[in-house]
Every structure is written in C-alpha cells, then in structure tokens.
Design a protein around this ligand. Sequence first.
Ligand SMILES: [Zn+2]
Length: 430
Amino acid sequence: MRRIVKGGRVVDPSQELDAEVDVLIEDGQVVRLDENIEATAEDQVTDATGLVVTPGLIDIHVHLREPGFEYKETVRSGLMSAAAGGFTAVACMANTSPINDHRSITELILGQAKRHPYARVYPLGAISKGMAGEELAAVGEMVEAGIVAISDDGLPVMNAALMRRALQYAQHYDLPVVQHAEDLNLTGDGVMHEGEWSTRLGLPGIPSLAEDVMVARDLLLSADTGGRYHVAHLSTGRSLEMVKEARRRGVRATCEVSPHHLLLSDQLVAESGFDTASKMKPPLRPQSDIDILRQGIVDGSIDAIASDHAPHHQDEKDVQFSMAPFGIVGLETTVSLCLDRLVGGGMIPLSRLIELLSTGPARVFNLPGGSLRPGRVADITLLDLDRQVTVQPDRFKSLANNTPFAGWQLRGAAVGTLLAGEPVALPEDE
Ligand SMILES: [Zn+2]
C-alpha cells in the first residue's frame, strides 16, 4: 500500500526542512521526500496543494476523563476532539476514577483507544498509589502496559521524599517524572492569581510562589538524583528562569506551557465578569509573566506547547466563580490560536511552532513521531494557514465546551490528519 501526499509545503523541524516536496508513504512509514513523486495507478494520493504538511502534532497534556468521568469526556470523544484539532497523538493524565496507578487501568485506556482510533494515546501512570502522595504506584507493570511518563497531575507531589524516590526509580525505565508544580499550602483556598486583580476583586489568590517553590525544590531533587523532570503547564516567569538556569548546570529538566498562559492575563477574570472559563490551574498570570513565557517560546527554552485539555460538564462550570472546578478544554483551539497569535503575529516562524507542537513533545516523552524522516511512522497533520475560523464551542467534538476563547476569530487551522499514512475520518454531526 502506497500513498503520496502531493503538492504541499513540508515543514519538519527535525530535519530543518521547509520546502515544497511530496511525501511517499509505504506500509505506514515515510519512505521518501522528493519533488514530484510520480503516482502509479495503484497509489493513493492525498492532495495537499496550498497546505502545510507537518509531522503529526502531539499534545502531551490531556485529560480524557475515562474511566470514571465519562460525563465530562470519553476516550472516544477526546480522540475525536484531538483529531478535529489537528493532533495525531495525545498523552493522557492519570487522574481518572479509578486512578491509572496499575496496569489494568492503563490497559483499559489503551483498549478504548484501539476501538476509537482517531489519534494515538500515550497514557501517563500515576506517581503515587491512588494519587495519595504516599507510596510509589506500580510503575514497572504500567511501563509494560504502555505508559510513557508518570504524573499525579491534578495534584502535585507534595512529599519531597516521594518525589525523590520517583525521580530515582523512573530512571530504570528512562521515564520523565511530570510535576503539576503547586505547593497546596501556599495555594490555600485561592481561586485566581494573587495580585492586583485578586485584590481588586476581593477573591482569594494563588501566589506565583506556590509554583516557584515547587519547581525550585524539584530541580534540586532532579539535580541530586539525575532523574528526568518535566514541569507541566509552567506559568510563571521565575519558574522558567529556574528551569533554564538548572539546565545550564546539566539538570535533566524540560517544560511545557499552555496556550492560555501565553495569550490571556489574570485581568480576564474581571473583564469576563467572573466567567468560570477563566478559572484554571495554574491560574492566568499577569502580563509580566506572559512576556517571559513568550521569550521562552522564541528562544527555545520551552520544550512544548500542551493544551492541558481539561473538560468539565457545563453544569459544573455554570456556578459561582469560587465554586467552579479548575480547567478549560484546549484540543480544538490550540493549533488555530498558535497559528494566529504566535506565527501570524510574527513572534515565531512556523517551523518553531511545529517544533513546539510535534518534535519537542515527541522528544520530551520519547515518543515515535515528531519527524517525517524516512523510516518514521507516517503520522501527519495538514494545516491551512489562510483558513479563517471562529471558535464555536457548540461545534466541538469534545463533550465539553468550557473555553475562554469562544467567538475568537483566528487565521489558520488544522484541516486533516493521517495516522500511519491513512487519513483520519471523523463521524459527522457529533
Ligand atoms: Zn495540572
């Protein structure tokens, strides 16, 4: 079985390629990139004229909610959402019910993913049993079942001794330890960033320190153990500076940021009239943090952009600001937001964005993909840089619609994905 993706502009940062070439795929793998590859009568052809062809985009921070919270999202709806948003793979967090802290849950998630193959799923296992923060989970057997990293995301690992053990133990499997960096004592009952706006609005604040002290502690633990440490949804300028400084000393630390932390400030809580779609963890930060994060997008110190797709049911979010759960969806907005605001705005070239959304995430979690070099799996995303879209949450494939970006008009969108060389087709009208 051969397929040729013809006529597109291939942007692949893994081989510093940005050129109009065709992609020849055989048996699910990239075989050759070349100008004008002739199609024979038996070849399938994907016409990519006018489109950008990139290695499949990978979102390494997604909550699929299954098992246990199927009213928020399922593996099926989450993967449809991923494909609609241009992603060929997602890594899903362990805070399901039951928690993914042993192999049977990992297998259940991967079984569901197999039944609904709209995108690949790479589960994370929990760091601690029951995410209780006390004992290490059964990491070895979850690795056998297919996890790619460990995290108690949703919650931080508050116990430094446990974090140290996790960073030591995970090295047996070369797994990154992913931290939701937050000191819960500093967070207290905070519901938004602690600063000028929380004071004006009279809402309890979450200080930047809640993130910074955790990142500082973990970088020390990572340095001492030699373990691989990854900061999930990094949101403060100071945390990024610490990660950069630690890396200069050889600490194996990586980090991701979410689009909302690059594009929205804590002022939105006031501007939106306490819209619960402006409530997430970490909270939206002031402009001074946004400026430093954007610098990290430009200078290469941020490894990945990840959505932290956190679906909640509308009934859960339609409550008073202080009562609402934290989190927003992101799978179907991330690519257009980044194309419009980061690339269209002139902040970074397209190749850097593809690095942040594909090559970088693949490297951070040791995933296949992230490259269209010959021999690699033919997971591909097709982008239309000129497509005008309006964010319409009621059209999302996700079961949830909690987004602060409703109504945003954006230029640029993902228009299709291929998995192992096969175009992904989504069911209509769902
Ligand atoms: Zn988190």
